[in-house]
Design a protein around this ligand. Sequence first.
Ligand SMILES: CC(C)(COP(=O)(O)OP(=O)(O)OC[C@H]1O[C@@H](n2cnc3c(N)ncnc32)[C@H](O)[C@@H]1OP(=O)(O)O)[C@@H](O)C(=O)NCCC(=O)NCCS
Length: 191
Amino acid sequence: MVVVSAMELLLETPRLILREFVLEDWRAVHEYASDPEVTRYMTWGPNDEAASQHFVATVIVKGKEEPRTGYDLAITLRDKGTLIGGCGIYRRAFGEGEMGYCLHRSYWNQGYMTEAAGALLEWAFTCGGFHRIYAKCDPRNIGSARVMEKNGMKKEGRLRDHMFKDGKWSDALLYAILEDEWRELSGKGSK
Ligand SMILES: CC(C)(COP(=O)(O)OP(=O)(O)OC[C@H]1O[C@@H](n2cnc3c(N)ncnc32)[C@H](O)[C@@H]1OP(=O)(O)O)[C@@H](O)C(=O)NCCC(=O)NCCS
């Protein structure tokens, strides 16, 4: 893991570099954010070009706020630099953060998001000052649930009619991991 500063995060994994977004990223973001298969279980999308541009511009501004509460990072391939998705952690309450992620369809089921989420959790518990990280997914989104499970997150329950999209309510599964659990699993010991 590499952390440049609280204002500029850079996380490295064996195959990925998670870096801050820049304005020029919007086209690569749009490639996955405009795909209805990708956004099926997201609260947003599919994006038009203006929405993808707005997303990138907004996360850049939010990333510069002090104190910083949103940590959105572009997921790029370490060897070629290709932007293949986005992920982030957002401060929701004292010591608590919510994690979210989204990947271009061409890169699904190759372990990339498990790797990216693992890097985010490591940063959150070793540098970010978080005590608890949670994430939610549609119960039909098996890939997302697996990403959380493979990172040691525990299912805490089912939130009924939690998400509203396209005129329909859907439930969400709530998963979370605590700092002590992460330290135990990762072998990083207690603080
Ligand atoms: C969900 C998502 C992030 C997963 O990313 P990914 O890089 O493909 O995930 P990984 O490859 O690390 O792990 C996916 C796991 O789910 C499994 N999986 C995926 N779809 C599955 C399905 N329909 N049935 C059973 N298992 C499935 C894979 O086999 C893999 O598990 P395994 O390693 O035990 O075999 C990606 O599909 C995505 O971006 N989807 C669209 C956006 C989205 O839904 N974001 C999350 C919102 S909560």
